[in-house]
Design a protein around this ligand. Structure first.
Ligand SMILES: *Cc1c(COP(=O)(O)O)cnc(C)c1O
Length: 396
């Protein structure tokens, strides 16, 4: 029998509520910062689950650059680029992104989601093959699904399985090896030196999504390619402006000039969806400048991450190992992760519990994300609070 839509959707939501897997949404009443004000809780709350890795989301220069662009370019782009033109700020930020990515060119999109889903179906068609990591970000997965290419998924970071899949892809006109740089739910890093070697052997072009790596990995924050010393060896890098680089929105594809020319002609969001707002482009460009001139921010981020990891281990937690600024603590089922997150909020820490379907069943987690502008006192407070809540709930 055909169900009424709202009743049918409502029943699904009720089932989620009963299972304890319904997400609660919090309301932030001021700027994103290591400490925020929240409608649901009085006083200030420490945020440990934002992508604001470098603390640039409310940096005065980043804010000022956006305001200035609003005056210079107005509020809207009012069309796609091929119809109504590219604003000069687009050219400027794309130059900056190419410089940061060590590529010849870059092209912006309104988000990295749009970049990935606009890139992959454009370059990979029926005669081609996509070989992708099982734990890739949802936007890469959707990008692959939207392509008519043959799709082969290899076990997460399993280089033998990757090689098998590359062999199976043999004979395709183009082969793409698709991977996250930093895997967002695990915080581990793609094995790029091996990936580059295998890609060469099988004539595959690597598509690397470095959304969680840019601004975080490498001495200068240029991402996992800098971290692994393989800059210049990756055909296509995608990334977001919505994390370390100011955190507003926006994404990009960086690669050869030919690639960018091709995407400008063929990538559907470039043809059918508005350009990146000028204000956002200007703020992100300022964020890149700050990243380039203040490497101390990255050093601080790395030092704080080590401190958090060590502190958690000393208190009996077992965070997943990794070099990124993502520190996940696996706690088991989804309802428990959500409960722990609620307990932490009651103590003044905002950190979201992730469960199924964002991560596989039984591996629900709290994902700590570090920020360069956290103070030592805030880290001590966080560790003490984790200990208190962890004991109360029997995690440690
Ligand atoms: C966050 C993220 C995205 C999405 O970025 P948006 O710009 O917010 O769309 C894409 N890929 C990866 C790996 C991410 O972590």
């Amino acid at each position: 029998m055909t169900e009424s839509l709202d009743e049918s959707l409502g029943a699904d939501l009720t089932a989620m509520e009963k299972a304890g897997t319904l997400k609660s949404f919090r309301h932030i009443t001021g700027p994103m910062n290591p400490e925020v004000t929240m409608a649901e809780k009085s006083g200030r709350v420490l945020v440990l689950s934002s992508n604001n890795y470098l603390g640039l989301a409310d940096h005065p220069e980043v804010v000022a650059a956006g305001k200035k662009a609003l005056d210079e370019y107005g509020a809207g782009t009012s069309s796609v680029r091929f119809i109504c033109g590219t604003f000069s700020i687009h050219d400027e930020i794309e130059k900056a992104l190419a410089r940061l990515s060590r590529t010849h060119a870059a092209l912006t999109y309104v988000s990295c989601w749009t970049a990935n889903t606009g890139l992959i179906p454009a370059v990979a068609g029926e005669q081609d093959a996509l070989v992708s990591d099982a734990l890739n970000h949802a936007s890469l997965i959707d990008g692959c699904r939207a392509s008519k290419a043959k799709r082969l998924v290899y076990r997460h970071s399993d280089m033998d399985d990757l090689e098998d899949k590359l062999e199976q892809a043999g004979g395709a006109r183009r082969i793409f090896l698709v991977t996250d740089g930093v895997f967002s739910m695990e915080g581990d890093i793609a094995k790029l030196p091996d990936i580059v070697t295998l890609a060469r052997r099988y004539k595959a072009s690597v598509i690397l999504d470095d959304s969680h790596g840019v601004g975080v990995m490498g001495k200068r924050g240029r991402g996992v390619c800098e971290h692994h010393g393989v800059e210049g060896n990756i055909a296509i890098v995608t990334g977001t402006l919505g994390k370390a680089l100011g955190g507003a929105a926006g994404g990009y594809v960086a690669g050869s000039q030919t690639l960018v020319n091709y995407l400008s002609q063929m990538s559907r969001p470039q043809l059918f969806s508005n350009a990146l707002p000028a204000t956002v482009a200007a703020s992100a460009k300022k964020a890149i400048e700050i990243l380039e001139r203040e490497p101390a921010r990255i050093e601080r981020l790395h030092a704080l991450t080590r401190k958090m990891r060590d502190g958690l281990k000393q208190r009996g937690f077992k965070p997943l190992e990794g070099d990124s600024a993502i520190v996940p603590i696996i706690v088991g089922d989804t309802a428990f992760a959500i409960r722990m997150s609620k307990e932490l909020l009651a103590e003044g820490i905002f950190i979201t519990g992730f469960g199924y379907p964002v991560v596989p069943e039984g591996t629900a987690r709290l994902r700590i994300q570090m920020c360069a502008t956290l103070t030592d006192a805030q880290i001590e407070f966080a560790l003490a609070t984790f200990e208190k809540v962890g004991r109360k709930l029997g995690v440690i």
